[in-house]
Design a protein around this ligand. Structure first.
Ligand SMILES: NC(=O)c1ccc[n+]([C@@H]2O[C@H](COP(=O)([O-])OP(=O)(O)OC[C@H]3O[C@@H](n4cnc5c(N)ncnc54)[C@H](O)[C@@H]3O)[C@@H](O)[C@H]2O)c1
Length: 249
């Protein structure tokens, strides 16, 4: 098993891509901390499903955008597992619209969860990982961080572009401590987020993907698993595309 005995924290982990990542990790022998901003039936179900696979699974309620809540979450993780090997910053939100319709509040919300949430978790987790001289951080970004997007309200793409840069900067800063920092940039994955698309948007998305289908959460999870495992020990600062060929950079 690729993650035997490793301790992994996945943020925003109760459905969609996040749940697929947590399940893939559990299948490979990891102990999981599944974070959510609030308690929900989906979180309870995810915890039950992961626990049934044999490893430990700790639910953790924290808004990743709030540093005090993130620090409290990390303290519980360290006390429970005496360390943290893998952090996956998956929690993310999107707002639809354009520059005319977006509100300042929506801009702030997206930046708070996507960018500040990723920063908060990286900062708190890296304190543990620096002490260990060991760790893997994987940020879930988006193709929207690399190309312009006319359907999401301004905020989502810029937040993801900033996560790409944060990934590379932290890869440099944390390399001396044997901590790898990478990102996975999905595009067009079948989740509740993409289920909000209009028929017109779905059609145009499919037309632009060479593989002519949407991706599956499990396909994103497979890329994240690679970056969480020893198979990628010599890779850091990489933004790995999972996009059906939509963008080849
Ligand atoms: N679905 C896609 O096609 C797609 C494409 C590119 C990137 N992504 C990225 O993948 C990640 C997962 O997306 P998804 O499609 O599974 O969406 P989703 O909405 O199903 O999952 C997002 C998760 O984040 C959680 N979350 C939101 N705010 C939070 C907060 N403040 N604190 C903690 N958790 C919070 C939500 O509860 C939810 O579980 C996101 O970062 C998203 O931007 C998705």
């Amino acid at each position: 098993m690729k993650l035997e005995g490793k301790v992994a924290l996945v943020t925003g982990a109760s459905r969609g891509i996040d749940k697929a990542i947590a399940l893939a990790f559990a299948r490979e022998g990891a102990h999981l901390v599944v974070n959510s901003s609030g308690s929900s039936e989906a979180l309870d179900l995810a915890v039950k499903e992961i626990s049934n696979m044999g490893g430990q699974c700790l639910p953790s309620i924290a808004d990743v955008g709030q540093m005090d809540q993130v620090e409290a979450m990390m303290a519980v993780v360290e006390k429970t597992f005496q360390g943290l090997d893998i952090l996956v910053n998956n929690a993310g939100i999107i707002r639809r619209g354009n520059i005319q319709t977006v509100t300042e509040e929506e801009w702030d919300q997206v930046m708070q969860v996507n960018l500040k949430g990723t920063f908060n978790c990286c900062k708190a987790a890296s304190e543990i990982m620096i002490r260990q001289r060991l760790g893997k951080i994987i940020n879930i970004t988006s193709v929207a961080g690399k190309v312009g997007d006319i359907t999401s309200a301004p905020g989502y793409g810029p937040s993801k572009a900033a996560i790409d840069n944060l990934t590379k900067s932290l890869a440099l800063q944390l390399a001396p401590y044997n901590i790898n920092v990478n990102a996975v940039a999905p595009h067009a994955i079948e989740t509740e987020m993409s289920a909000q698309w209009s028929k017109k948007k779905r059609k145009s998305v499919l037309e632009a993907i060479p593989l002519k289908r949407l991706g599956k959460p499990e396909e994103v999870a497979a890329a994240v698993l690679f970056l969480a495992s020893e198979d990628s020990d010599f890779i850091t600062g990489e933004i790995l595309d999972v996009n059906g060929g939509y963008l080849m950079d």
